[in-house]
Design a protein around this ligand. Structure first.
Ligand SMILES: [Cu+2]
Length: 358
C-alpha cells in the first residue's frame, strides 16, 4: 500500500521475477493505492534488496530511507555450514546528509548525491560487539551514488566468497574492495587475531571515513575455512552483440528514457554480448532487470575484471574511459524489463531504457 503523498513502486533488485512483479516505473502506485505482488523465488542463494523505482522519484525515496535487504537461501549454501545467527551480519552502507534537526535531507546533484556522513544499517558512528570467532558479512552498497573503497584499519584482508548473484567459485583474500551502488558482497572475517578489548574498523578509503568499528568483547574461535564453493556454468557463444553508450548524465544511446518506448527486443533464451561504454560523466553503475549476467572484460580505465565481479552479477561499475562487456541470457520470463544507470540521480534524469524479452 502506498502511504506516501507521491507515486511509488517497489522493485526487487536481484530477484528474477515476471514483469508484473518486477516493480518497474510503468507499474507505479498512486498515493493511497495498492499493488499485489505474487512470485516464486527460484534462484541461487544471495543477498538482494528492495527499493522504490518510480520514474524521477527513485533518488529521493531511496535516500529518505525506503530500501532494505533480504537474504535468499538454498541447500547449496546450507551445505557449506557458513557462520549464521549472530555471526551472520547484514551491512547496508550508504551516505547521508542531515538537516539541523537531524532528519535525512535529500539534496540531489546531477553528478550524483554526495552525502556528508556514512550510515551503516541506518546508524551513525556505529560499532558492533564481536567475539574472536568467524563472521559472515552480507554487504550492500545502498547509497544513491557513492562508491565505497572498503578496507580494514589494520590492513587485514577480507575473504570474498560471494557477490550480487550468490556464491563465487573461489574464495579470495582482498585488503580492499571497491563497491558501487547496488552491488553486494559476501565476506568472511575472523577476529581470532585480536585480543578481547581490541578493535578494528571498517573504513572507506575513498572518502577517508570510518564506517563501522568492530569491538572484540568476548573470546571465541574460528578461522576462515577453505570452502568447496559451487561451480558456475559459464555463458558462452553469444549470438549477437548490443552496445549501450551511457551518454552524459541522462541518456543511453543518445536517448532519454520514455516510459512508453520499447528500445529493443531480446529473444528469450538467447545468449548475447552486451557492451557498455561511456563518453564521460561516469562512474555509471549499470544495472539490468530480468536476468543476471557474467562480466567478460573491462578495457580502458581500470583495465581488469576484479574478483568481486566474477560469477553472477546484476550491476557492474562502468568508469570513465572504460568498456565493459558482459554475457547475458534471459531464460526465466518474457516481458518488459529495464537497463539503467544505478546512480539514482542519473536514473531519475532519464538514463534508463525499456526492452522486451520476446
Ligand atoms: Cu550514470
Amino acid at each position: 500500500m502506498n502511504g506516501l503523498t507521491e507515486e511509488t513502486i517497489t522493485h526487487w533488485h536481484g530477484m528474477i521475477v515476471a514483469e508484473q512483479n518486477d516493480g518497474g516505473p510503468r507499474y507505479v502506485i498512486q498515493p493511497g493505492g495498492s499493488y499485489d505482488y505474487a512470485f516464486t523465488i527460484n534462484q541461487r542463494a544471495c543477498l538482494n534488496w528492495y527499493h522504490p523505482h518510480p520514474h524521477m522519484l527513485t533518488g529521493e525515496q531511496v535516500n529518505l530511507g525506503l530500501a532494505g535487504a533480504f537474504i535468499v537461501r538454498d541447500s547449496v549454501e546450507d551445505a557449506l555450514a557458513l557462520p549464521y545467527g549472530a555471526h551472520e551480519v547484514p551491512l547496508i552502507i550508504r551516505d547521508a546528509t542531515l538537516d539541523s534537526a537531524g532528519n535525512l535531507q535529500y539534496k540531489p546533484r546531477t553528478g550524483g548525491f554526495d552525502g556528508q556522513i556514512p550510515l551503516v544499517n541506518g546508524t551513525r558512528s556505529p560499532y558492533l560487539a564481536v567475539d574472536q570467532g568467524l563472521y559472515r558479512f552480507r554487504v550492500l552498497n545502498g547509497a544513491n551514488a557513492r562508491i565505497f573503497g572498503l578496507a580494514l584499519s589494520n590492513g587485514a584482508p577480507f575473504t570474498l566468497i560471494g557477490n550480487d548473484g550468490g556464491l563465487l567459485e573461489t574464495q579470495t583474500n582482498l585488503t580492499r574492495i571497491d563497491i558501487a551502488p547496488a552491488e553486494r558482497l559476501d565476506l568472511l572475517l575472523s577476529f581470532a587475531g585480536l585480543s578481547v578489548g581490541q578493535s578494528v574498523t571498517l573504513r572507506d578509503q575513498r572518502a577517508g571515513w570510518d564506517l563501522l568499528e568492530f569491538r572484540v568483547v568476548a573470546p571465541g574461535t574460528g578461522s576462515v575455512p577453505t570452502l568447496s564453493l559451487p561451480t558456475i556454468s559459464k555463458l558462452s557463444n553469444p549470438v549477437t552483440t548490443r552496445t549501450f553508450s551511457f551518454d552524459g548524465m541522462s541518456k543511453i544511446n543518445g536517448k532519454l528514457y520514455d516510459m512508453n518506448r520499447i528500445d529493443f527486443q531480446v529473444p528469450f533464451g538467447q545468449t548475447e554480448r552486451w557492451r557498455f561504454t561511456t563518453n564521460g560523466n561516469a562512474p555509471h553503475p549499470v544495472h539490468v532487470h530480468g536476468a543476471s549476467f557474467q562480466v567478460q572484460s573491462r578495457t580502458g580505465g581500470r583495465g581488469q575484471v576484479f574478483p568481486w565481479e566474477r560469477g553472477w552479477k546484476d550491476t557492474v561499475l562502468l568508469a570513465d574511459f572504460e568498456t565493459v562487456e558482459v554475457l547475458i541470457r534471459f531464460d526465466a520470463f518474457r516481458g518488459k524489463y529495464l537497463i539503467h544507470c544505478h546512480k539514482l540521480e542519473h536514473e531519475d534524469m532519464g538514463m534508463m531504457s525499456n526492452f522486451e524479452v520476446v
